[in-house]
Design a protein around this ligand. Structure first.
Ligand code: MEV
Length: 423
């Protein structure tokens, strides 16, 4: 059993790798080489990445692709996506082209309010607490003035501070529920700094602050994206039947949580890929979107569909707390490039683009699922991964790609064909 290591973070990168290789890879030089293969030869760029986190020993690449031909509110976009799943960018590109000839995507931001909370315990009379809160509210705002100064100049800041009685849920539990407008920044550091200053001012002998932290549940930082067309424009054949099946697929996701989770996972394929490419926090977005999907007490679809006579309408409404300034957006050269590619959008515009990427992904998935099935396209995309895994050379790869152009792809079928070829 390996021993506990002390002072690991003080080791140089080389020392860290040597220790790992010695302890966990039985001195296997391959492990060392694999880690080093991903080092960037540009020293400055490598140092930049090293400093994002603690104990960096290598870089972990994700493919960075682009999906062209998105039309959103009449404007053309090429959407950058960082994702490892083979069919995501292809699906986005196909769907972008499809809707570009049917009026494109329409998107609008419904609200941009973010939330932070000071959670505290108080074992006393509520009226006294209320009076104390009303008496100190202006001071609570005052102590954040130096933090909020720049944000206020940009039109943001603290919108309100509310005292909330949560004692029905937990004995003695109260909170200061604080709402924020953070304009083009995601605002996590800004919100947390404000909350800590507020908590520090608010605490007294009777108030025990438990914690002060932003909420990643932002149901009032909401964006909507939509596509619509005539039913007959949707499918070349049997349009009415397929539109109905598409609609039923959304309805199923609304009543059946097992399906809803997969349905929404497909949406997040598109959303996360753009969120990562633009240097935003995909864990925050994931957590917030899934909480929103469960806001009625039952986990449901994040998209909606309506087939009304000849008219087909498909839309998404999701909470997205995103930034186009600050954080990684300014530090990571590829995040910066992604934003430039998107023509330097405001946070609101980025919310619309990301919502569209999610809607497009869900459209692609449902269209495939309710017509040919998902494996047809999926496995075709996966074919070259399987072939490469088998170690096929260029010639063999080409042969296998041709061979499977008119055949069903499965892992075992590819292995079988490869083994035959090798014979
Ligand atoms: C796969 O990553 C995503 C899908 O499963 C989504 C869905 O089922 O709607 C295809």
């Amino acid at each position: 059993m390996p021993k506990t290591v002390s002072g690991f973070s003080k080791f140089t990168k080389e020392e860290k790798i040597n220790w790992l290789v010695k302890t966990y890879f039985t001195n296997n030089e391959n492990a060392k080489q694999t880690l080093k293969k991903y080092w960037n030869s540009n020293q400055k760029l490598q140092e930049l990445h090293d400093d994002f986190i603690e104990n960096t020993i290598s870089n972990y690449y994700l493919p960075y692709g682009v999906a062209p031909n998105f039309v959103i509110n009449g404007k053309q976009y090429v959407i950058p996506m960082a994702v490892e799943e083979s069919s995501v960018v292809a699906a986005a590109s196909l769907v972008a082209k499809f809707w570009s000839t049917r009026g494109g995507f329409k998107a609008n931001v419904i609200s941009t309010t973010k939330i932070g909370q000071v959670h505290f315990m108080y074992d006393g009379d509520f009226k006294t607490l209320e009076n104390y809160f009303s008496g100190s509210k202006s001071n609570l705002l005052k102590v954040t003035e130096s933090i909020t100064k720049n944000m206020r100049k940009r039109g943001g800041g603290i919108l309100d501070i509310e005292l909330r009685d949560k004692t029905e849920d937990l004995d003695n539990y109260y909170q200061l529920h604080v709402t924020f407008e953070t304009k083009d920044s995601m605002g996590a550091n800004f919100i947390n700094s404000c909350l800590e200053a507020i908590a520090n001012e608010f605490k007294n002998n009777d108030i025990q602050i438990v914690m002060s932290i932003l909420s990643n549940y932002v149901p009032e930082c909401l964006v909507r994206a939509e596509v619509s067309c005539k039913v007959e424009e949707l499918f070349k054949e049997n349009a009415e039947l397929y539109a109905e099946k598409f609609d039923q697929a959304v309805k199923i996701a609304n009543v059946e949580p097992h399906r809803a989770v997969t349905h929404n996972k497909g949406i997040m394929n598109g959303i996360d890929a753009v969120v990562i490419a633009t240097g935003n926090d995909f864990r925050a977005v994931e957590a917030g979107c899934h909480a929103y999907a469960a806001r009625t007490g039952k986990y449901k679809s994040l998209t909606n569909c309506e087939v009304n006579g000849d008219d087909f309408r498909f839309w998404i409404e999701i909470p997205l707390a995103l930034g186009t300034v600050g954080g990684l957006t300014a530090l990571h050269p590829l995040a910066k490039l992604s934003l430039e590619l998107l023509q330097n959008p405001s946070a609101e515009e980025l919310m619309q683009i990301v919502a569209v990427a999610g809607l497009a992904q869900n459209f692609a998935a449902l269209r495939a699922l309710t017509t040919t099935g998902i494996q047809h396209g999926h496995m075709k995309m996966h074919l070259s991964n399987i072939i490469k895994q088998l170690g096929a050379n260029e010639e063999e790869q080409q042969y296998l790609l041709n061979y499977f152009s008119d055949k069903q792809v499965s892992h075992s079928a590819v292995v079988g064909a490869y083994n035959e070829l090798k014979k």
